[in-house]
Design a protein around this ligand. Structure first.
Ligand code: IPE
Ligand code: IPE
Ligand code: MG
Length: 245
């Protein structure tokens, strides 16, 4: 079965290029991250207007801990400001916040705030914004495997039989992104052509769009360009297009 000429249901974006954007202007990397937050604000409005139901945003990776402490702390502070300032707007606009990643390593204030925003927006339906924070695909998959083993052990303890095989469906149920559908379109601004440990499972059949535009400069026109390109892609999922039958 093919799906042609439709907008994607799930768009995933790697928010990359904040540091280079700042450097070009003689600003600090934190200023770049602040500008990245403003671009994110605009993107959420555009996604709502266009009618994209799921957006995943790579905000902090499991590898980003390698950065200087001061930069990491600036990111956590900006994230707190972002959620504090936008909560009311998210509620009013119908944005549901979901978080993917190991939140246990976040500063307590960030963790609490994210959980609070998730709770307050849980009933919203217009757009699910999946914030990937301390997220890494390899961590996500090993976390899913650990949970599955734990469930099997607990069944065994109760003397119940557990299936020895693990299905893809079962793994999916344990991913941080559950129950968000697979990614249709992955967008990476910032000029790099790699996935950097982002949604590897969920992007199994995603269309991959790379652009040199730095994230803080990424605007509505860039999103429209990515969507236009997406709609031109023949998606076959391993099969054939109707006209090839
Ligand atoms: C992405 O921008 C933001 C985070 C990783 C938090 P970068 O900080 O990686 O920006 P560049 O790649 O150095 O320009
Ligand atoms: C990916 O960007 C992570 C986020 C945007 C959160 P990076 O800047 O960390 O990726 P690499 O190091 O260029 O692969
Ligand atoms: Mg980068």
């Amino acid at each position: 079965m093919s799906q042609e000429n439709t907008n994607p249901r799930h768009v995933a974006i790697i928010l990359d290029g904040n540091g280079r954007w700042a450097k070009k202007r003689g600003l600090s990397r934190s200023e770049g991250h602040r500008a990245g937050g403003e671009a994110l604000d605009r993107l959420l409005d555009d996604a709502l207007e266009i009618g994209i139901p799921f957006i995943s945003l790579y905000a902090f990776s499991t590898e980003n801990w390698k950065r200087p402490r001061a930069e990491i702390q600036a990111i956590w502070k900006l994230m707190r400001e972002f959620f504090t300032d936008r909560l009311q707007r998210c509620i009013e606009k119908g944005i549901r916040v979901h978080a993917s990643g190991d939140l246990s390593r976040l500063p307590a204030a960030n963790r609490k705030l994210i959980l609070h925003v998730i709770e307050k927006t849980a009933k919203n339906k217009a757009l699910t914004a999946n914030f990937c924070v301390n997220y890494g695909s390899m961590d996500e998959i090993s976390h899913a495997a650990t949970e599955i083993v734990r469930e099997r052990l607990s069944l065994a303890k109760k003397g119940k039989k557990a299936d020895a095989a693990v299905s893809a469906k079962e793994i999916e149920k344990h991913l941080y992104t559950h129950p968000i559908p697979p990614v249709d379109l992955l967008v990476r601004p910032g000029g790099e052509s790699r996935l950097s440990n982002f949604l590897l499972w969920q992007c199994a059949y995603a269309e991959l769009y790379f652009t040199d535009v730095l994230w803080p400069d990424f605007g509505r026109r860039d999103l429209q360009a990515a969507l236009k390109w997406f709609r031109s892609r023949p998606r076959k999922f391993g099969g054939l297009l109707a006209k090839e039958d």
